[in-house]
Design a protein around this ligand. Structure first.
Ligand code: UGA
Length: 454
């Protein structure tokens, strides 16, 4: 099938490259010439393991362009995957989506095109995009006679850092439209994924237990709500384990044991029960906020989702409190933060716990040094004012340091020879912000080990 993807961020790029890998003819449109040039040269503008390899394998079926006129005409499916940043009131800013929809409508010419909202958009946006497409299309002097289109929603469930695996071997595929013909087209598009008939790339083998992928084919509003409800639930699960973790610390229970003990109940499940400084990234914060904003339009409160957000913020504060109660005075202390990316295997800094914790520490007069194995360059570009706080070496962080906080679960930190660094510190305190270090071993090495749970 012929596919056009508008926007080459995480979601758009992964969608485009994966569909091309599966054998569809894909054109990716992005207005950013620099990005398009990079992609044409086989280089990936984002840090995502395996993406450049998949790009190379899918190259014969892939075109990158800045021109809608090259991508939209003749496409059976157009994915719109542009950014939807949060506006100050928490609702997503849909400016880019509007202008992308208008440009799509100006170039449609096929007898039936499905326009898919791939960006996470508020419930009801499908209808809104449909109205924009129709208005913009009706305003065209050159509009072709035999041209029909329909809007569908096809939410994305990939995790950054695992984007290719999550796209090729998803737990489910959700498609939503009020037009049965659009659902049929998408069903056809995703057949190779649903039936798992493709040969996986060597770097992302098919998990042993993969069978046919369930397809949820539903109406537009339900598909849109599924995305928000799934992300809010995952966010809630993490906040829940963090809330229990604090109580565990108070009553003398071990949160690792508690999480294992409850997670083995298959109704609960063990994933997303890792306690720590809380969630970050571009999705959970934005989506929980947007869900609450949508509900408030209907004069409806969502206290559970709000609580997940509050608990998450509190975890950042608890990290700083733990340091303060140990060091007594934070003013003038040097605190090292290991990890700036919001999670391992990405250089994404959006809503990163490290940035929140650094901000809280600086506000209390501490001197902060940050380190990240991958996200350093991006940090310098996106936070030039904070750049002096970054250290390229671990020695620069540990040297004369009063406390270290492990913020991001990078493998490099887990495998670190911590014994080499203990002597560099002024006071060898380590706060395990991800609950992943062996506390007894750290104590044997001479560290004062602090857990988030207290
Ligand atoms: C999340 C969802 O997991 C995806 O399914 C969804 O498609 C995506 O949002 C999206 O809406 O685009 P992502 O933000 O890439 O994916 O990252 P996650 O792996 O979900 O991690 C989010 C945050 O939660 C990270 O800061 C991570 O460190 C934290 N986390 C995760 C925990 O603190 N504990 C856990 O047990 C799991």
């Amino acid at each position: 099938m012929r596919v056009c993807v508008v926007g080459t961020g995480y979601v758009g790029l992964t969608t485009g490259v994966s569909l091309a890998f599966l054998g569809h003819q894909v054109t990716c449109v992005d207005l950013d010439q620099e990005k398009v040039d990079m992609l044409r040269g086989g280089r990936c503008p984002i840090y995502e393991p395996g993406m450049e390899e998949l790009l190379a394998e899918a190259a014969p079926n892939l075109t990158f362009t800045t021109s809608y006129a090259e991508g939209i005409p003749g496409a059976d499916v157009v994915f719109v995957a542009v950014q939807t940043p949060s506006a100050p009131d928490g609702s997503p800013d849909l400016r880019y989506l509007r202008s992308a929809a208008e440009s799509v409508a100006q170039n449609l010419d096929h007898n039936f095109t499905v326009v898919v909202n791939k960006s996470t958009v508020p419930i009801g946006s499908g209808n809104w995009v449909d109205a924009i497409l129709r208005d913009s299309f009706a305003g065209r002097a050159d509009r072709p006679e035999k041209c029909e289109f329909s809007v569908a929603s096809n939410p994305e469930f990939l995790r950054e850092g695992n984007a290719i695996h999550d796209t090729l071997f998803p737990d489910r595929i959700v498609i939503g439209s009020d037009n049965p013909r659009a659902l049929e087209v998408l069903n056809h598009l995703y057949r190779p994924l649903i039936n798992q008939t493709f040969t996986p790339p060597s770097f992302s083998p098919r998990p042993d237990d993969t069978t046919a992928v369930p397809l949820v084919s539903t109406d537009l509003a339900s598909a849109e709500l599924i995305k928000y409800a799934a992300n809010a639930f995952l966010a809630l699960k993490i906040s829940y384990v963090n809330e229990i973790g604090q109580l565990a610390g108070k009553v003398g229970a071990d949160i690792t044991e508690v999480a294992r003990g409850i997670g083995l109940d298959q109704r609960i499940g063990s994933r997303f029960l890792e306690p720590g400084v809380g969630w970050g990234g571009s999705c959970f914060g934005k989506d929980t906020k947007a869900l609450i904003a949508t509900a408030s339009e209907y004069k409806y409160d969502m206290p559970i989702v709000q609580a997940a957000r509050d608990v998450n913020q509190r975890q950042r504060e608890i990290a700083v409190e733990r340091l303060q109660s140990e060091l007594r005075i934070l003013k003038g202390r040097k605190i090292g933060l290991l990890g700036v990316a919001f999670k391992p295997n990405t250089d994404d800094l959006r809503d990163s716990p490290a940035l929140d914790i650094a901000g809280l520490l600086i506000a209390r007069g501490a001197r902060v040094k940050l380190h990240d194995p991958i996200a350093g360059d991006r940090f310098r570009r996106e936070y030039p004012d904070m750049a002096p706080h970054l250290s390229d070496t671990l020695d620069g962080v540990f040297d004369d340091c009063d406390a270290i906080v492990l913020v991001t679960k990078w493998a490099q930190y887990l495998e670190l020879d911590w014994s080499k660094f203990v002597g560099l510190m002024r006071t060898p305190i380590v706060l395990d912000g991800r609950n992943v270090l062996d506390g007894e071993r750290m104590t044997r090495l001479g560290f004062k080990y602090l857990s988030m749970a207290g």
